[in-house]
Design a binder for this molecule. Structure first.
Ligand SMILES: Nc1ccc(C(=O)N[C@@H](CCC(=O)O)C(=O)O)cc1
Length: 481
């Protein structure tokens, strides 16, 4: 048998055109959380055409689906995302901010690539199972609403991962490496204040302002910020300011909080304190407050066994090489980034490893497109962000890699990222990630001992810290309003 690395490389290269077309199609239809109807259907149909059987509306979530090929154990999952961000519309391949459609959505986190690479990986695994397999199931999980929605946490709560043995995924980045850190747990919760409308000049004494309550609540939580653990973060967005008329006392107003901490228990503790601030604000203003739990996700639990399998695949497969045209475009993008953008991006790269990682980041200060694999070292660091892959990682062993899709220094959630997400640079990184995920998954089919080692590692952790889904029963996925 040829090496599995050669196999996945051939399998994915053979359909390069189809995969890049899907990623571009999803880029062309940017849909925000839980409204990814077009994107989910594009992938679901492509999976059906490849012989997968597709369960749509998985877990009763309209834009979630599970595609399976094969039968029996082990069940290995590839996780794909396809949601976009609001307000980030941008023409592709441009080195200046130019919305494609004013005020429209855009793929500012590269999820058009994320979902498509997982699809490519699933197809390569399926091909291998057909030719060489002796049982087992490969699944593609169509995971909606990662951005602010925690789609996967809902999917975990609905039991969709109950019979899965391990999962792999990735995230587009400026470099090839391992997602070796934890991430922040978070809770998102909406506070809606109800007051009494009144003429703001004639009878303000009869009005009770919900907007005052929001203002006092945010003031209170900003004071709280100094008295919580250092790594926690409390952000908010005022989602309803009570109208646009200053001469009407605002009868309703809403603020959406995002509370983050390294551990879910810490986030829950801060959430309780924020609830008291909300009650205090209502008391001060003689308004009432309604608390709506929106969503939550757990911190990510790295699985060192599975990570080392994936890192081996990454090293065996090598990294994309860049053409003169790609480097020339990257140079133009780099010219739009600040020194602070670059430093922040290099810090993020350094954060995924130890001293070697810092040296790697320093070495790439002038690099436009990285063509070297970042060092990997298990560490206790925390990504300053959250991901709903966290909840999957408490359920089954998970490994995640990064793949180079963007110019070094490109921040996530910016027009520069949207612009690069439909170029040959992004396509190369995406196909590369598909190969790494496929090869990692195949090792688990080939070596039951390896899979068992990954599972023992997780079970040892769960014995000490059992998992509880942080989203209470009854809470349903909420689209961006
Ligand atoms: N490899 C990554 C995974 C997630 C993110 C990220 O930006 N996640 C959002 C998720 C927000 C949420 O969970 O609500 C965030 O942290 O704000 C960034 C890199």
């Amino acid at each position: 048998m040829r090496s599995i690395y050669q196999f996945v490389d051939d399998a994915i290269e053979a359909k390069r055109g189809e995969f890049t077309a899907i990623a571009d199609d999803i880029w062309d239809h940017p849909e925000t959380r839980f409204e990814e109807r077009w994107s989910a259907e594009r992938l679901a149909c492509a999976l059906e055409a490849e012989g997968f059987s597709v369960e749509r509306n998985a877990g009763n979530i309209e834009t979630a689906f599970v595609a399976s090929f094969g039968s029996g154990k082990p069940v290995i999952a590839l996780l794909g995302e396809y949601d976009a961000l609001a307000g980030l519309s941008q023409c592709s391949g441009e080195a200046s901010p130019e919305p494609l459609v004013e005020d429209a959505n855009g793929h500012g986190c590269g999820h058009n690539l994320l979902g498509t690479a997982a699809f490519a990986g699933a197809v390569a695994v399926k091909n291998w199972l057909e030719q060489y397999g002796s049982g087992g199931t490969v699944r593609f999980y169509g995971c909606p609403g990662e951005e602010g929605g925690s789609g996967k946490t809902f999917m975990v709560r609905e039991g969709l991962f109950d019979d899965v043995d391990a999962a792999v995924t990735w995230h587009p980045e400026a470099y090839a490496g391992m997602f070796s850190t934890s991430s922040l747990a978070n809770i998102q919760v909406a506070y809606r204040f109800h007051g009494i409308a009144a003429h703001a000049a004639n009878s303000p004494h009869l009005g009770r302002s919900a907007l005052d309550a929001v203002t006092l609540m945010t003031t209170g939580s900003n004071f709280l910020n100094e008295h919580i653990i250092e790594k926690a973060r409390v952000h908010y967005a005022i989602t309803n300011a009570g109208g646009i008329s200053p001469n009407v006392v605002q009868a309703q107003a809403e603020v959406l909080y995002l509370i983050r901490a390294p551990e879910m228990a810490q986030a829950q503790h801060i959430f309780e304190r924020i609830n008291k601030i909300a009650e205090g604000a209502a008391l001060m203003t003689e308004t009432t407050v309604n608390v709506r739990f929106d969503k939550a996700c757990s911190n990510y639990l790295p699985n060192r066994q599975l990570e080392s399998v994936m890192y081996e695949a990454l090293q065996a497969l090598g990294v994309p090489q860049w053409s003169e045209e790609e480097l020339a475009f990257a140079k133009k993008i780099r010219a739009t980034l600040t020194e602070n953008d670059l430093q922040n991006s290099l810090n993020n790269i350094a954060n995924t490893s130890n001293e070697e990682g810092k040296a790697f980041a320093r070495r790439h200060r002038e690099t436009l497109l990285i063509d070297e694999i970042a060092p990997y070292a298990p560490n206790d660091k925390i990504l300053p962000g959250s991901t709903d892959v966290g909840d999957v990682s408490w359920k089954v062993p998970v490994a995640q890699c990064f793949s180079p899709c963007f110019t070094v220094g490109t921040p996530l959630h910016t027009w520069q990222l949207v612009s690069q997400g439909r170029t040959s640079i992004a396509h190369k990184g995406m196909l590369h990630a598909g190969k790494v995920m496929a090869a990692t998954a195949l090792q688990l089919f080939i070596s039951p001992q390896t899979l068992e080692a990954c599972q023992s590692e997780l079970h040892a952790q769960l014995a000490e810290r059992p998992y509880q889904c942080p989203i209470p029963a009854g809470v349903t996925p909420s689209p961006l309003k």
